[in-house]
Structures are given as structure tokens and as C-alpha cells.
Design a protein around this ligand. Structure first.
Ligand SMILES: NC(=O)c1ccc[n+]([C@@H]2O[C@H](COP(=O)([O-])OP(=O)(O)OC[C@H]3O[C@@H](n4cnc5c(N)ncnc54)[C@H](OP(=O)(O)O)[C@@H]3O)[C@@H](O)[C@H]2O)c1
Length: 297
């Protein structure tokens, strides 16, 4: 089985290659030089927005599957860097779908709860999208490309990813742990609700999709809907850090460039039942991460 992982340097990309099934031949694509990743036998530094280069590269590798973990993931930055965001999140998916149609490859594409407005979450796979920021709009556009494509595809929506990976942008949990370890006070919002997701569990869910050749839409995330402040307190407890450094605030006080879905969250029942995944609650995911970080490398 030949598998192309796009965004292989990213948090999810690294977890995908680390947890790949035995015997899979893996190639990675990313914008920057390759971050050393066990499992990848080939790597190409490439912008997925470059249609010709991408098509040539995919044709040469001829993957059975493409797992698209590449994206412009800076939610606030997307409001001003719209062209860059569209190129990575939409044009790239058009190009990947084209490559899949030419070669008969199957595509697993990652999306987000940000395609919903967050008025009445948690959301099921079939609920009506209504993104309120540019990042969410670009991700919905990417989903729509696949809906109207004639290729076998799977869209996996997830949210608040955290986990272990090398040289990646800090996720919420790694930023929090590093701040608290340095004794820095942090302000965390109490009014944003949703699931939190261990990247390793998401990666295993994607490999289960590959194993079962599952198509359609799946929500894969931790099982618990929790506000961000409560999650931060759990992280402080699990990692034995000073919870007194965490101050509760509201989203309005943060003055972020992009609006956030406030009552968000993804219902993961379908993934639990149809894919038979093991997904943790908030504290369980954090404990698994601690075990990973404590394990000798
Ligand atoms: N992180 C979350 O909380 C979260 C929540 C919901 C959904 N998701 C979705 O889950 C997926 C994986 O997220 P992640 O957190 O693993 O992302 P990540 O760590 O930011 O990794 C994405 C990778 O894709 C690369 N990339 C960006 N544009 C590219 C392009 N045009 N061509 C090739 N590579 C490109 C990035 O390179 P640079 O770093 O150099 O830009 C980065 O290495 C994404 O689809 C994201 O939208 C993430």
C-alpha cells in the first residue's frame, strides 16, 4: 500500500507517519525541509498549490491513498492572509482531487468544527455548516470541492488538536505546559466550548478509515465537550503544574482578529460506532500525552 501524507511535518502529519500500519510505503510532502519522521521513505518539499508540480509528483509515486493533513491553520492570520489561506486550504484540495481522479487514488481530507457557527453545538456530521471566519470558510470550500468531485473521499472533521511532535508550532496544551513550567501567568477563556483531541487518537482513527476503506464524513475528536478554562485546569492537574497561574477570562477580552464558534463541539458517536475507535475524554487524552512525553525516546 502506497500512501502520500501531505503536511507530513505538521502535528497530525508526524503522528500519521509514526503510527502507520506495517508494510505501508509512505511519502511525505510539506512546504519546508523534512522534519525527521520515522516511517517516511520519501519526501518532497512542495507547495500543494503548484498544480503541475504536484500532479507530476503524485503520478510518480502513484499512491493508493492521499491523506491530506496540510493546511493553513493560523485562524487569526487567515483573516488578513486570505490568498495564502485559500491556496493551502482550497486550491491544494482542488489539485489533490484532480490527482486522485487521474490516478484512481482515494483521499482522506481533514476539516474542522470551524465550518459551524458555534451557536448550537455540538454538531453531527449532517448538520448545516455556517462558518463565521475566513479559515472556516476556506475549509468549507474544501469540503464542497470533494462533495462535487467524483473521487472516493473521506472528510474527517476534528478540533483543538494537541500532541507530541517535533519542531511544530505550539498547540494549546504545549503552549500552556511551557508557560506554566516557566511560571508565566496565562489567561484562558471560559466561554468557548468544544472537544479537545489527542493527535495520536486522530491519526489512529484515520488509519482505521484506510483499513476499512470508509467514505463520507466523520467527526473524530475527544469524547468530552468542555470549556477551554476547565481543560487548562485539567492539564495543570495532570502535568502537576501551578493552576493558580491560570486566570479565567472571556473571549471578548482577547480581541482576536477572527471570530470563534463559541458553543461548538463535534458529536463523535458515528466514529465510535462505525469505526470502533477508542477516543479519550479530556483528562484521559492529557494522561496519554503525559505518558508519551515521559517515555524514554
Ligand atoms: N490544529 C488544530 O487544532 C486543528 C483543529 C481542527 C482541524 N484541524 C485540521 O487538521 C489538519 C492538520 O492540522 P495540524 O494541526 O496538524 O496542522 P499543522 O501542524 O499546521 O501542519 C500543517 C502542515 O501543512 C503545511 N502546509 C501548509 N500549507 C501548505 C502547502 N500549500 N503545501 C504543502 N504543505 C503546506 C504546513 O507548513 P507550514 O507550517 O510551513 O505552513 C505544516 O507543516 C488541518 O487540515 C487542519 O485544518 C486542525
Amino acid at each position: 500500500m502506497r500512501i502520500l501524507i501531505t503536511g507530513s511535518n505538521g502535528l497530525l502529519g508526524q503522528n500519521l507517519s509514526r503510527l502507520a500500519p506495517a508494510g505501508a510505503e509512505l511519502m511525505g510532502i510539506d512546504l519546508q525541509e523534512m522534519v525527521e519522521a520515522p516511517g517516511l521513505s520519501r519526501f518532497r518539499r512542495l507547495d500543494l498549490g503548484e498544480r503541475k508540480l504536484l500532479l507530476a509528483c503524485v503520478e510518480e509515486f502513484a499512491p493508493d491513498w492521499i491523506l491530506n493533513a496540510a493546511a493553513f491553520t493560523n485562524v487569526n492570520g487567515a483573516e488578513s492572509a486570505r490568498e495564502l489561506c485559500w491556496r493551502a486550504n482550497v486550491t491544494a484540495v482542488e489539485n489533490l482531487a484532480l490527482a486522485c481522479r487521474k490516478l484512481g487514488s482515494r483521499l482522506v481530507h481533514l476539516s474542522t468544527d470551524y465550518i459551524f457557527d458555534g451557536d448550537h453545538g455540538p454538531y453531527r456530521e449532517e448538520d448545516l455548516p455556517n462558518p463565521i471566519g475566513y479559515y472556516g470558510k476556506s475549509k468549507l470550500a474544501s469540503e464542497n470541492i470533494l462533495r462535487s468531485s467524483e473521487i472516493p473521499y473521506t472528510v474527517v472533521r476534528t478540533m483543538v488538536l494537541y500532541g507530541h511532535a517535533r519542531q511544530v508550532k505550539p498547540d494549546f496544551v504545549s503552549w500552556l505546559i511551557s508557560s506554566l513550567r516557566q511560571g508565566k501567568p496565562v489567561r484562558i477563556v471560559t466561554d468557548q466550548f468544544g472537544n479537545t483531541t489527542l493527535a495520536e487518537e486522530l491519526a489512529l482513527g484515520i488509519w482505521r478509515i484506510v483499513e476499512r476503506r470508509a467514505t463520507g464524513f466523520f467527526h473524530i475528536a475527544g469524547t468530552e465537550i468542555i470549556d477551554r478554562y476547565a481543560f487548562a485546569l485539567k492539564a495543570a492537574e495532570v502535568f502537576n503544574l501551578e493552576a493558580g497561574l491560570i486566570t479565567p477570562i472571556t473571549t471578548a477580552e482577547l480581541h482576536q482578529e477572527a471570530p470563534r464558534p463559541m458553543r461548538s463541539g463535534l458529536v463523535v458517536e458515528k466514529a465510535l460506532q462505525e469505526l470502533e475507535l477508542e477516543l479519550s475524554d479530556a483528562a484521559g487524552g492529557l494522561r496519554k500525552l503525559k505518558q508519551q512525553l515521559d517515555a524514554p525516546t
